[in-house]
Design a protein around this ligand. Sequence first.
Ligand code: SF4
Length: 354
Amino acid sequence: MLLYIHIPFCDSKCHYCAFNSYTDKFHLKHNYMKALVKQLEIELKYLDDNNEKFETVFIGGGTPSSVKFEEYEKVFELITPYLKEDCEITSEANPNSASKKWLEGMKSLGVNRVSFGVQSFDNNKLKLLGRSHNSKSAITAIQNANCIGFNGINCDIIYGVQGDRFDSLKDDFDTAFSLPITHLSAYSLTIEEGTKFFNKSEVKIDDEELSYEIFDYIKSCGFDQYEISNFAKAEKFQSKHNYGYWQHKEYLGIGAGAVGYKNNQRYYPSKSIEEYISNPLNYEVENLSNDDIKVEKVLLGFRCSTGVELSIFSQKELEKVNDLILDNRLKKDKTKVYNLNFLLADELALYIIE
Ligand code: SF4
């Protein structure tokens, strides 16, 4: 069982961002955190009933570092009895608000991994993206996290943005790898409806060759790719939380705009902070059929190194799997099949599934 906690506050809205986050509702932070605790108290009963514990916790957003660490105390008080030994506890953070004090506070509560939304070390690119930090503050935040002693430090970098060339991205990766990070997420920009970039298609570069070049370069720097956008310095630094999603594990989703998954159902608490505060248990529920679950397992399994259980395929589908193995697109062992090119994940999955 995994736990996701959503913090929907941000200092400013990035131009590409479609996440559920607000820049003008800071006065609601305290009541929001109280509502989180209320939802969590109820949801934890599911763990009692199933005699389960959390393998991972992920505090995401929005910007978790825009909320004082003291506001998380009650959350950690509640979840601590439910944490497995060696539970990976990650918090996302933005370089401008992840002060040394905040990082120390979160570490003292139990956070052992921190993920920084750096996106670039080029101040012009950061401006184009609408980020509220600069290169220097990103470097300082990562160095502080290392001094404080987090087990894992991730740095997000975005690519496929107007003006990106391999050389400029290489500069970003070189700066990232000169810092004490253990994990790198390299995401291709996507243009989403409702963002400042929507209707500005010129800000996005679609260049598959560039993606392959980037992947090769990151790997040559000693970071292994284990998912389409994720690279780790060693297996122990892979994000167990994300891996849990890709393995289709159950997760509690706590917070406005979070998503939970249990008993073959997805549930969605309200996205509105005000509505969430007034009733954090008001969910929309989506039932997943066995076919939905199968499609998700194949799509997710092919996007990362976890692979897909052979037992979920029909005879006809297995024939297609075998064709793709002969074609060197997939490989298999006794129980699973693995994709050899994550960029082709969707294409291969849709070809195989009937
Ligand atoms: S910091 Fe993250 S969540 Fe907040 S606006 Fe930027 S991309 Fe969106």
